[in-house]
Design a protein around this ligand. Sequence first.
Ligand code: MV4
Length: 492
Amino acid sequence: MNKILIANRGEIALRVMRTAKKMGIQTVAVYSEADAQMPFVAMADESYCIGPALSSQSYLLADKIIAVALQCGADAIHPGYGFLSENAQFSQSCVDAGIIFIGPTANSIQMMGSKIAAKQAAKKFNVPMVPGTDKPILNIEEAEEIAKQTGFPLLIKASAGGGGKGMRVVNEFAELAEQLQMAKSEALNSFNDDSVFIEKYVASPKHIEIQLLGDTHGNYVYLFERECSIQRRHQKLIEEAPSSCLTEDIRKAMGESAVNVARSCDYHGAGTVEFLVDEDLNFYFLEMNTRLQVEHCVSEMITGIDLVEQQINVARGEVLAFSQQDLQINGHAIELRICAEDPLNNFMPDTGSLDIYKRPVGEGIRIDDGYEEGMSIPIYYDPMIGKLIAWGSNRQEAIARLSNAIDHFRINGIETTLPFGKWAIQQEAFVQGKFDTGFIPKYFQPALLEVTTQDELEKVAGIAVGIFIEKTTPPKTLMTPKSNWKLRRLQH
Ligand code: MV4
């Protein structure tokens, strides 16, 4: 493999290129008109503009991207995450064009893309599942029959869904028929597939996922877990590895179950199996993500394995160079997603430019980001600017290092999730590791951030300076250029 085309943008495109360069592989970027000035375009050995800003006219154009790969002599395509990464047709089209898709086969993607097919496959390997069905619910009579077994509340889930899309809670028998109708029509609208299934509702679960690797020779390893319970509307904000709640026995059982899910679809490459974990540490298979994930870095930091390097090795047909016994957890890593979103305003995407963008440096600190100072965040794509990851020899040290790094990250011109992260990791529940997917709704209120954000502190300090000047200076000297500048800063 001599040349890889990266069919993605931003931080993950840079992340993939970093490893490719380390391995002596040439890199090709494809980019939209909105991204011409992005660092990933500059970093690639070759770059090609593939269309306008809208993803549907650029990053999602499978045929165009394959045509570029063929034209420039790339022998492989790395899809990153999002965009075409879990598109079975794209995986197949690459193979058909004689290009290596750095990821699983179309068949694996398709199987795991259907939650019903995934559950049926996993069941053959005795993977623990939430009580419910693994067959599509065809009518209300079937739904009622299942509801008698699961009890209430229950969940109706779209087979083609995932990440919380097309999910409806049913609290009592009387709501069942109506919710079934709603779930089916929602699923049809969103996914063009109205298949739904039913599960018992697990209250206050933790979301824990297992990172795994498989080669094309049937060898598998798991790279332990990531705790991803700190989410908002199915958007993860903080991820860590390992989880502070698992025992060695449960960790091993979850790892082996995850490998079995991968076996059930002949998976190869890097993949993630998501589980719900209840208060008694029972774990249940939710779904498999057939791509490299945003939060893969925390697994890299505790295992010392470069997951992109492994993806490339597997795609070249190599045998995994290590086995389960060779892997162990070293220390603790926590990642905060830095998104151009305003935590004080319902995490609405914030527009503007990175007037100041100064990264912290420090022992155990890794930053995977996609922008530079002065750039603006385009509205067309995911608002994630990058990720701040802290490693420590234990959880306490990782938290302290992350906290310190947040304090030294200077971003002006745009609101970000940094102050949210600072708040979250200071919470007693977080420090104790006693939290679940209800963490944000349970504890977070925007008012809790208001005086702790850097911007707010600057405003408060500015007001204090203003009052001081007003009280100590005669009125005629108030509008000197210097104080005028301060006033303008205050208004800003
Ligand atoms: C559940 C559940 C409770 N019980 N399934 C949400 C995303 C999708 N992958 C599955 N999800 C859930 N499935 C049963 N049977 C609760 C959730 C859930 C959730 C899961 C993981 C992380 C955050 C969540 C937030 C709300 C609900």
